[in-house]
Write a protein that binds this ligand. Sequence first.
Ligand code: CU
Length: 241
Amino acid sequence: MKNLLLTTTLAFALTGPSFAAGTHDGGHSNDHAGMAKEMMIGMPGDPAKVTRTIDVSMRETDDGEMLFEPGSLDFLRGETIRFNVINNGELEHEFVIDTMMGNAEHKEAMAKMDMEHDDPNSVRLDPGASGEVVWTFSNFGSFEFACLIPGHYESGMHGPIMVGEQMAQADVEYTTGTIKKIDAKAGKVTIIHGPLVTLDMPAMTMVFRADEEMMAKMYEGQDIEFVADRVKGKLTVTALK
Ligand SMILES: [Cu+2]
């Protein structure tokens, strides 16, 4: 088959304009107290139905950055996640999940007055403290986690949350490409490739990592079908045919 994009494991739907109103219609205090109100990003999860636990660390770096680890999050629609959030920094931080619009509005409000969140979609922690958020991602889309304490978002404390849907296993995987260059010593291969939908990347020419075994099956100029994924933060060819 010569389709540029043969298949895909995840389908992402972007949040539409109707979602843009955010979740805090100015009445910030109205949705306190853990009310199970559904937001675009989903709703408070039932701790008995947690499907995965994710550790999230918050801290500052020596050069003045502030960050979350991991730096991005991917879920499947319907997952209920327990976020074990720990503040490894020396300043107070918070973990808030919402639409980007919701976070932007909230951040603006916090710039005027440092409100302390007590919403089910957030947790605010003193240095050394840990806490949790249990959340069900009931809608597709692109969302965001962030710390909205003034200045922290700008110092790096935000990252994307993608909520997608799992397709049938038979539909999984290969993208077409042509091998442009191989640098076996460095374990790198340059591939002119079609869109990598699961990685949210358009068609382009990119350098990937590949292990020795994978490399042995490749030659420059070869037309391939391959799967790429992030392995330890590096784009890596994980399957080839
Ligand atoms: Cu912070």
